[in-house]
Write a protein that binds this ligand. Structure first.
Ligand SMILES: [Zn+2]
Length: 69
């Protein structure tokens, strides 16, 4: 009981820390932090950006039901 509660608390702490720590992209080739731009300054690795989301269209339009009173 106590052990599982402590484990749950630890898990929550890990998740919180995971989201609080700012994650910078690292080069998979040489491990250096990514600078501006798609190229690694150290080894010339090309970072692949996943730009699948096109910004618009993800959020559903909010229909104001209280408009026509
Ligand atoms: Zn690199």
């Amino acid at each position: 009981m106590l052990v599982s509660a402590a484990f749950a608390a630890l898990l929550i702490l890990v998740v919180i820390a995971y989201y609080l720590v700012p994650r910078k992209a690292r080069c998979p080739e040489c491990g250096s932090h990514r600078e501006e731009g798609p190229l690694c300054p150290s080894c010339g690795w090309i970072f692949e950006d996943d730009e699948d989301d096109d910004g618009d269209g993800d959020e559903p339009e909010v229909i104001d039901a209280w408009e026509d009173r």
